[in-house]
Design a protein around this ligand. Structure first.
Ligand SMILES: [Zn+2]
Length: 146
């Protein structure tokens, strides 16, 4: 059997004799990519498959209602990435559907100097002279840059 080029990584590989249509090499990440593409194609083409997958996910979620909450707690980088992607989607969507935090975001949008995450002194605006009496040290995290 001849040499072929892997559809995922592009490396050459020797085709298995019993799989004439083989397009991916045997590396585990390429096999994972093959299954991922197969599933994506299947989901876009096959309404029954799509419905079955959705139902299975729903059933699984009913058995594990707190899975995602725990997952997010133990994977802050996942949560941060999701937040960034949601922010990007919100930006593309524009101001048509403001989120609950829409008002705050509008303010940030119009601010000339962007605020960065960090520790700040928070001093309530009252009369002069008493301002320093109640000062707070606060940590702020920028969730979304508009
Ligand atoms: Zn490969």
């Amino acid at each position: 059997m001849g040499r072929k080029r892997c559809a995922a990584c592009g490396d050459g590989f020797t085709q298995r004799r019993n799989v004439p249509s083989q397009q991916y090499c045997s590396k585990s990440e390429c096999q994972r990519e093959r299954r991922r593409r197969w599933r994506k194609e299947k989901l876009s083409q096959d309404a029954d498959y799509r419905a079955n997958q959705a139902a299975a996910q729903r059933r699984w979620h009913e058995r594990h209602p707190d899975y995602w909450g725990r997952y997010r707690q133990s994977h802050p980088e996942y949560t941060a990435r999701n937040r960034e992607q949601q922010c990007a989607r919100n930006r593309r969507r524009g101001a048509r559907r403001p989120s609950p935090a829409g008002i705050a975001k509008m303010d940030a949008y119009e601010a000339k100097k962007p605020v960065s995450s960090g520790t700040y002194r928070l001093i309530p605006v009252r009369g002069p002279g008493i301002a320093k009496m109640d000062m707070y040290i606060v940590k702020m995290q920028v969730l979304c840059e508009a």
